[in-house]
Design a binder for this molecule. Structure first.
Ligand SMILES: NC(=O)c1ccc[n+]([C@@H]2O[C@H](COP(=O)([O-])OP(=O)(O)OC[C@H]3O[C@@H](n4cnc5c(N)ncnc54)[C@H](OP(=O)(O)O)[C@@H]3O)[C@@H](O)[C@H]2O)c1
Length: 287
């Protein structure tokens, strides 16, 4: 039977390349992103390139928690099991932006979406044979730490530090999931893909967009190299059973000291859970 993998942010960059590689390996794929037209055309492209016709698209705005709820319902109705969930969709917002649900956009898309979707789909991943959750983090997490008095960086927003903190959250979330759920048989790992010449940063304008484009054209690796560790963690037999680790170039690495503070991992979990449930309860009350 084909293994089933759900990949978020699969319509561009590292996610799309990861989907292509896993399609060649014969995975059945659920590609998640926000643009249906782009998603449908990528499904067609991947099927025609790989001959694997077990690929479908699921639309969701992952910065919106109610959209993730609808996505989770759709996925739960479409699959009996999930072997691999890859939380990949993420972005850098140079300017302060607030989502319609009132969250700062970096925090909502890069952290809360990983948290929320994983929680919704955990039971399906448990059904998978040695299910895996793979979280795309970044080396940008280094030299940052969380401020639990202002977890969303609202008081003094600065795009790059906020991005770095959201990627630190990806790692702390991975470690917390490992502690909470490893006994279920699911493995949880995270990774830095390298500095990759993807569409990353192009949602911004002005100096930050131009600077990133310049840096990417000078120093970045291509998406094929950038997707290697994601593909490895999703598919390799040799890391079956390995969990609660941070990888770069398909090798286990030490993440920053602060990422290992267990009390903060737990606190981040509790704050995230509270924030999401208050937003979803507000929406329920309005219905
Ligand atoms: N590129 C790097 O150097 C680098 C380095 C370290 C870590 N990373 C991490 O790698 C991951 C993938 O980044 P990338 O470089 O591949 O970026 P990318 O080329 O910009 O691709 C991002 C993907 O996420 C999707 N996405 C963005 N916002 C979304 C939303 N609100 N709802 C649903 N989907 C959304 C995009 O959809 P559209 O197609 O509609 O835009 C696209 O499919 C991110 O988590 C990033 O933080 C990247």
């Amino acid at each position: 039977m084909k293994k089933i993998c759900i990949i978020t942010g699969a319509t561009d960059g590292i996610g799309k390349q990861t989907a292509l590689a896993l399609a060649y390996m014969g995975f059945s794929l659920g590609l998640v992103s926000r643009n249906k037209h782009k998603g449908d055309s990528i499904v067609t492209e991947l099927i025609s390139k790989t001959g694997n016709d077990s690929i479908r698209f699921h639309k969701a705005d992952l910065s919106i928690m109610s959209s993730i709820k609808e996505l989770a319902d759709e996925i739960q109705n479409s699959y009996e099991t999930i072997d691999v969930l890859i939380n990949n969709a993420g972005a850098y917002f140079s300017e302060f932006e607030i989502t319609d649900e009132g969250f700062e956009s970096t925090y909502a898309l890069n952290h809360l979406a990983y948290f929320n979707l994983t929680k919704y789909l955990l039971d399906l991943v448990k059904e998978g044979c040695s299910g895996r959750v793979v979280n795309i983090a970044s080396s940008a997490h280094r030299n940052t730490k969380l401020d639990f008095n202002d977890i969303q960086d609202i008081k003094n927003y600065n795009g790059w530090p906020a991005y770095g903190r959201s990627k630190l959250m990806n790692i702390m979330f991975t470690y917390e999931c490992h502690k909470r759920f490893y006994q279920t048989g699911i493995t949880f790992n995270c990774l830095h893909p390298g500095f990759v010449n993807s569409n990353f940063g192009n949602n911004n304008s002005g100096f930050s967009k131009g600077f990133l484009q310049l840096a990417k054209s000078a120093f970045a690796i291509n998406v094929v190299a950038g997707a290697k560790t994601s593909v490895y963690l999703a598919s390799s037999e040799e890391i079956g059973g390995v969990s609660g680790k941070y990888f770069y170039k398909c090798k286990e690495k030490y993440s920053s000291d602060v990422s290992y503070i267990e009390n903060d991992q737990r606190k981040l979990w509790e704050i995230s859970e509270e924030m999401i449930s208050s937003v979803l309860n507000n929406i329920k009350d309005l219905d």
